[in-house]
Ligand binder design. Sequence first.
Ligand code: SF4
Length: 285
Amino acid sequence: MGPLNLKDMANRTVQHQVPENVKLKHADCPDIVRLELTNTCNLACPHCRHHSKEKRKPENYSPYYKTPIDMTEDQVAAIFDEVAPYKPSVTLNVANEPLIAHTFPFAVRKVKECGLSGTFNTNGVTLDRKIAQLLVDVEYDSVNISIDAVTPETLKLARGITRLDHLIKNVEMLLEIRGEKKTPRVGVTFVETDYNYHEIVWNGERMNKLRDLHNSGRWDEIPFCQPCDYWVETFDMKEEERDGFLIRNPSPYTTFYNVKSRLDNWNKDLHDRQGTGKTRDHSDI
Ligand code: SF4
């Protein structure tokens, strides 16, 4: 595979997806660039749409995944040469495990050498001291570790493994190496599903109230949000109507393109990341 031309890829994608009667002006470079450094993963999570045991059966596994491929340093460097002038936010994975990619350390350094902000999601299994030290040394911006369980039994359902202690040790090690430094921001994600809902740290009702407060911008009423300035810009969500879309920017990191003719299909009782959904009275929290 030769050097990738990101602009051509973006143009092809836009032309393919947008109906003929809609004219979208796209930027020269996407605001967010996500690099898939490898096409494989060291787990086989039962829910994974790419690498679950079921999906890995020869008759189900996509040809794309059958041969593990890593991007080369030259390819990674070529992409950064192209996109760095536009200052996109960079995510070092899409749907695979970035920490097992050979070029992961190189890509981490590249993000910061180019003066960009970076994040990635990981299952945390191979997060070790060397990687943690690198992330702290280069002042990498953000790391999200997906765990989705607080007991080994539920981790088995979520991730197909039971070593919750190993994951916790790795997260604590990263926090210890970061110490009082500001970065990386460390997030541990817990996606609610049927099998882990009972393990949400608070009972479901309290969690829902906190979420609604968060989504309606009442962060000062949530104790652990008070020192956080990550979302401060969301006080002033920008809206624009253009080309058949209601475009909302609730933060510098997120843009929602809502098809105007489809806005009626919002269920206002559902969790609304755009911050405009129905809220309840939480004066009793
Ligand atoms: S860690 Fe992520 S990519 Fe890997 S199998 Fe699990 S869900 Fe899929």
